[in-house]
Write a protein that binds this ligand. Structure first.
Ligand code: XMP
Length: 510
């Protein structure tokens, strides 16, 4: 019996991760592997089915990522999507041609021949296309199973070998029949829907116990959902062998240390706070360059972490809240899935501490981590906490960071957070926060002239932080923020709203 999982071979499409998500949403575990994974490696993983992703290359280009034909002999059902379909066509004796125009966007699919892949799907459906090449002649033994107004071959199948190809993208949101198609593919491969967060927690606890044995584990707890879930899972698996370390770098939001301490107490974690604010602020004195700030903070963090860890005696493991998107992205910076986001995990740490890494969440997407958090009874407000960068408020006080400017920013930020939560907007946006600018402008308050700071409000919508659009927050809401910040925060006489998207801007200002 093959393993109940799907391997997805990544040919560089920007939406390969979505394929993995759709498969998991259908209840089957899936993994993404780079296109140069050897056939032997694929075989040794014993997948129940394989999906070949889309990609930007042309199959016949010199140096285009290929497919070892022995993979086609594994007897495992294969679904090729876009580039994947073209690979199947190319390797199995069909013919490809350049489309006259690159086709991009929605189009009408017509199913023209029955197939288990189409079970219960309508004959006509809107699907999303993005391709430059097309199938000119299907390989021998294949039937054309769907067309579009522009494409004679929009899908093909060799039922006897359970090989399927679709030119459109079933994984994207705009293809409404996508989830049904993926489910059909998993069904015809005989895969069971047994992947859910309850089973994940159960398996993870057993695995952690086995891996760690009597060892001691240290975990950098930041209060973000990833490190918190990591810590609680570990605590449930190994109890007192886990030591959580929280580094107070002086760059945190108001009340943050207390909040995290409360949570740690609630879950009875062994929790230590390293109070290092002075050290961080001293080193940041007069530093203006954003990259330099980040480097100083990263280095100091490691230093403090190492020094504090010494108090726990012999430690064998370092636990981190690495997630699956980080794992996929760090497979190869040069690989076909062009890295868009640089990986900012400040936790990516002590190399020379000689610790074995434990990353219980490395197979999960963010929404799956949230589901695990709910499973572990984490409070709602933690589950839905917005991301907060490792370098903290230092990259939101633009220019030099000092106590006074941090205090101004903290006060403005509390107002933004309070109002976002009270109006319920907090859950609808990816992030919302305040930024303190290194500029003063003139204002008038009461009868007097003022010459004070500007606070910028940044709020974005995003699904994964790789791209983001500025949030269209209601004017009345912005008016409240502006009024409250100028009235309540001493030293601020102007508030502006950031209307830039990512790209070309980034979410953080530094
Ligand atoms: P940017 O500014 O690159 O941010 O568009 C994308 C997302 O990453 C967060 N971010 C960080 N997170 N350490 C982190 O842990 C960092 O150094 C860091 N820099 C940015 C940012 O808040 C946003 O969610």
């Amino acid at each position: 019996m093959p393993d109940n999982k799907v391997l997805i071979i990544d040919y560089g499409s920007q939406v390969t991760q979505l394929i993995a998500r759709r498969v998991r949403e259908a209840g089957v575990y899936s993994e993404v592997l780079p296109s140069w994974t050897t056939a032997q490696e694929i075989k040794s993983r014993d997948p129940g089915a394989i999906i070949l992703s889309g990609g930007p290359a042309s199959v016949t280009d010199p140096g285009a990522p290929g497919l070892n034909p022995t993979v086609l002999e594994l007897g495992v059902p294969i679904l090729g999507i876009c580039y994947g379909l073209q690979l199947l066509t190319h390797h199995l004796g069909g013919r490809l041609a350049r489309s006259e125009d690159r086709e991009y966007g929605p189009t009408q699919l017509e199913i023209t021949a029955p197939s288990p892949l189409w079970k219960d799907l309508p004959r006509f459906a809107r699907v999303w296309m993005s391709h430059g090449d097309k199938v000119d002649m299907p390989p021998p033994g294949f039937t054309v199973t769907a067309t579009t107004p522009n494409l004679a071959v929009a899908a093909l199948a060799c039922e006897a070998r359970r090989l399927y190809g679709v030119q459109f993208h079933p994984e994207v949101h705009h293809t409404k029949i996508g989830p049904g198609l993926i489910r059909n593919f998993l069904n015809l491969a005989g895969l069971k829907a047994d992947w859910n967060m309850t089973s994940f927690v159960k398996h993870t606890l057993v695995n952690l116990k086995t891996k760690i044995g009597n060892g001691q584990v240290i975990c950098g707890l930041s209060g973000g959902i990833d490190s918190t879930v990591t810590a609680i899972l570990l605590h449930q698996a190994i109890g007192k062998q886990l030591h959580c370390l929280f580094v107070d770098n002086g760059l945190l939001r108001q009340g943050e240390t207390d909040e995290v301490r409360k949570l740690a107490d609630h879950f009875r974690l062994d929790f230590t706070v390293a109070a290092a604010a002075k050290l961080f602020l001293n080193r940041l004195k007069e530093v203006v360059d954003p990259e330099q700030k980040r480097k100083i903070i990263g280095r100091t963090f490691i230093e403090v972490f190492e020094a504090e860890a010494a108090q726990f005696g012999q430690v064998d493991f370092l636990a981190q809240g690495t997630l699956y998107p980080d794992v996929i992205e760090s497979v190869s910076p040069q690989g076909p899935a062009a890295v868009i986001k640089s990986h900012h995990n400040v936790g990516g740490l002590p190399d020379d501490m000689n610790l074995t890494l434990i990353e219980p969440l490395r197979d999960l997407f963010k929404d799956e981590v949230r589901a695990v958090a709910a499973e572990l009874d984490l409070p709602e407000n933690f589950i839905w906490r917005q991301p907060f960068p490792g370098p903290g408020l230092a990259i939101r006080v633009i220019g030099a960071v000092d106590d006074e400017r941090l205090t101004i920013l903290r006060q403005a930020d509390v107002i933004v957070q309070q109002e976002l939560k009270e109006t319920g907007l907090y859950r609808h946006i990816w992030q919302g926060f305040a930024v303190l600018l290194p500029l003063k402008t003139v204002g008038v308050m009461g009868d007097g002239r003022t010459y004070e700071n500007i606070v910028a409000i940044r709020a974005v919508e995003s699904v994964d932080a790789m791209t983001a659009d500025w949030a269209r927050l209601p004017y009345d809401f912005l008016a409240t923020l502006s009024r409250r910040i100028i009235n309540e925060v001493q030293g601020v006489n102007r508030v502006v709203y950031d209307i830039s998207s990512k790209p070309p801007s980034t979410i953080e200002w530094e």
